[in-house]
Structure formats: C-alpha cells, structure tokens
Design a protein around this ligand. Structure first.
Ligand SMILES: Cc1cc2nc3c(=O)[nH]c(=O)nc-3n(C[C@H](O)[C@H](O)[C@H](O)COP(=O)(O)O)c2cc1C
Ligand SMILES: C=C(O[C@@H]1CC(C(=O)O)=C[C@@H](OP(=O)(O)O)[C@H]1O)C(=O)O
Length: 366
C-alpha cells in the first residue's frame, strides 16, 4: 500500500492538508527508546509553514499529540501513533481549483485516480503538509542513530542555478552540520545563501517560483549496511526520496558526473588506516553494491519549482470540459528547497534506521 513504508519500521501516513488532521502510525520501533521530545519539536519547527519570508504564510504550529506506543518515558514497542490537528486552512483559496487543474500539481492525476472524490483543497493527501508526520518519524529515528554515532545534515547546494559549496564527501564536522539546523536557508557559504534568498523573493514578486538541489550527508555509518539488488541502500533511499512531493531527481556520490570520468578517476582507492579499511576518496557516495562502504553516504535531490504560481498558465476546466487560463492565488512556498531540507534529513535517517534494524536487529532498553 502506498501510504505505508518500511520493512522493520512500518510508517503509515494519513490525512489531508485541509481536513481535520494529519498524522502517522509508526510500528516496529524497538521498545526502550527514550525520546527527547524537544529535539522532535525542533525538527518539526524547522519544517513548519509560516516560519519565514521564504515559506508559505500558512500558519500552523504543527504541535502533535502522541496517542500510543510511549509509556513512562520510553517507547513500548507497540505502534506509536501521533496526530497533528490542522488549524489554519483557507479552503476558499481552492474554490476555483475544484474544476481548474493546476499545472505541475497533482490535481489532475489525483482527480483521475480517485474518480473525483479526492480532497483537492491544499493539495489534499498529496500536499507537502503530509511531510510533517514523516519528519516526526524521522526525528525519532535520527535520535536513535545519533546514539549509534551516525549523524546527518543537508543544505541547499543550489537554488535556481546559484551554487553553494559542496559537502566534503569524506565527511563534515558534526558542528558544521548542527550549525545548518538553525538557518532558514541552510547553506555553507552565507553569501551564496543571500543571493539564493534574493532570487527566491524576486521570482515570487514576479508571480513565479524557483527550485533547486538539496545535498544530504550521513556520517558515521558502519560498513556492511544494505543489500544487493532490490533492497540496495540506494533503492531504499530512492523509494523514500521520491515519496517526498516535488522531488524529481536523485544521485549518489558523483552521480551524473560519472559519465565524464575515467575509471581511474571514479574508483575510490583503498588503504589500511590504523588497521581499518578506508578509501582515499568518496566518488561513490559511501555505497558499493548497494551496501555501505564506511565512507559517508552522500546524495543530492532535485526539488522542482513550486507548482502553484500567480503567473497565468494554460490549463483545463474538467467540469466545463474546456481549455482555460489559471492564475493560482492563496499561500504557497515560493521555493520548496528550504522546507524540504529538514524533511530530507529526517526521512534519510528513517531509511538508515530501518536498514540497521533489519540487518542488525539492534536492541534498546534494559
Ligand atoms: C515541504 C513542502 C512544501 C510544499 N509546498 C508547496 C506549496 O506551497 N505549493 C505547491 O504548489 N506545492 C508545494 N509542494 C509540492 C507539491 O506538494 C507537489 O509538487 C505536488 O504534490 C505534486 O507532486 P510532484 O511534484 O512530486 O509530482 C510542497 C512540497 C513539500 C515537500
Ligand atoms: C501547509 C503546508 O504547506 C502547504 C503545502 C502545499 C502543497 O500543495 O503541497 C500548499 C500550501 O497549502 P495551503 O494552500 O493550504 O496553504 C502550503 O501552505 C505545510 O507544509 O505544512
């Protein structure tokens, strides 16, 4: 079922952007995890709408209620269910969109798939809003990983062609990654960040939107995690990343640049360092044969420009069955990249924890 993901940890997401609420049921978490709720709230706040001029002005606190699976300060091992009540819907913004399909959004495909019964308001179940409970699940996974010495970070590598410095593929300092957490547009080069912000706001003023590239790194992973073929760590990560609305591309390590390299440039030479096998470079993004090599896992995702824009575009009216023009109003992210960053980081942590639990059967608690 497409609303449930995972092998050992099974995450089910539910809800619509303008319905009563959204949430997740997370099954398969080991018993005995002491959850730091402040850390979970911090990750939720990084993703929440209404938090900066670069984000949709819809104001949602995204405060959550845990309904089950947590007792006396620890996970119980039974399903952990959580809900977030929607509080700031402006459903009138979607009056015209009942019949006029937004180009680039899921209005038409959702209409066809659900025979017109879908809740199209705010994108319904297709909305970026459904990444709030996904971020919640990932924020728990991230805490577990940190206890295993694994830490994750992401930044805007590019916004509309404006580049940031890349992560060091051999690893980034934990402090550097943590410093990105507090930025409304996480970047390594602050001047690049300012230029990106200016570009986002300029496009917004013109009734348009922008996209970009998010680069994510996972440091501290042990070698040997993952599987060949269908459950390769690349496959599992791709499954998750392409579940995030607006993600349209993914590459690991040197990715599409491999096409321009010789084997001698693409291979990561190996050596012993203090008795441990290590590589001297990391063109392969920490993955060989779908299995971690011990080098950081490094990947990049392309996030497309926000579909809902003020500029007039050609579309169809499915009630009148005629061509029409549409200028989308309401409240939208002028660029999805800033808010996709915490989603990608936490979702990546969830993928890795699921593989760790599947491969290693980690145990927690007394
Ligand atoms: C955090 C986040 C926020 C988003 N905000 C918007 C938005 O404000 N307006 C919009 O049209 N799309 C937004 N999207 C993207 C749409 O949900 C997405 O483009 C749509 O569901 C179609 O899916 P696809 O682009 O993956 O094909 C957002 C996505 C994410 C992850
Ligand atoms: C509410 C969120 O973002 C929403 C994602 C979204 C979309 O089409 O994906 C469209 C907008 O919805 P609305 O028109 O109701 O304001 C965004 O605000 C959120 O991420 O929590």
């Amino acid at each position: 079922m497409s609303n449930t993901w995972g092998e050992t940890i099974r995450v089910t997401l539910f809800g619509e952007s303008h319905g009563t609420g959204i949430g997740a049921v997370i099954d398969g978490l080991p018993p005995g995890i002491a959850i730091d709720w402040e850390r979970v709230k911090k990750e939720m706040a990084r993703r929440a709408p209404g938090s900066s001029p670069l984000a949709t002005p819809r104001r949602e606190k995204d405060s959550f209620t845990v309904l089950s699976g947590y007792f006396n300060g620890y996970t119980t091992g039974t399903p952990l269910a959580m809900e977030i009540r929607n509080e700031n819907q402006h459903s009138r913004d979607y009056g015209e969109l009942k019949s006029k399909m937004r180009p680039g959004h899921a209005d038409y495909t959702g209409y066809v798939k659900y025979h017109g019964y879908n809740d199209y308001r705010g994108g319904g179940h297709f909305s970026g809003r459904i990444t709030a409970p996904l971020t919640f699940a990932g924020a728990i996974a991230r805490q577990v990983l940190e206890k295993e010495g694994v830490y994750v970070g992401a930044h805007a590598l590019e916004v509309h062609g404006i580049p940031d410095r890349s992560f060091n593929p051999m690893g980034e300092d934990r402090q550097v990654l943590e410093s990105l957490d507090s930025m409304r547009l996480p970047v390594l080069d602050r001047e690049a960040g300012q230029a990106m912000e200016a570009q986002i706001l300029t496009a917004q003023k013109a009734g348009d939107s922008t996209g970009g590239i998010v680069e994510c790194i996972l440091c501290g992973l042990p070698a040997g995690l993952g599987d060949p073929f269908f459950d390769s760590l690349e496959s599992c990560m791709a499954h998750m990343m392409f579940s995030i609305p607006a993600v349209k591309g993914l590459e690991f390590g040197d990715g599409f640049r491999f096409s321009r390299l010789y084997g001698s440039q693409a291979n990561d030479a190996m050596h012993y360092h203090d008795g441990r096998v290590e590589s001297l470079s990391n063109h392969n993004g920490g993955l060989l044969g779908g299995i971690t090599s011990g080098a950081p896992v490094l990947f990049r995702t392309v996030v497309k420009p926000t579909a809902s824009i003020g500029k007039r575009q050609h579309t169809v009216d499915i009630e009148k069955k005629e061509d029409t023009l549409l200028s989308v109003g309401g409240r939208h992210d002028p660029c999805i990249v800033p808010r996709a960053i915490p989603v990608i980081e936490n979702a990546a942590a969830l993928v890795v924890l699921d593989r760790l639990l599947t491969d290693r059967r980690l145990s927690y608690g007394k």
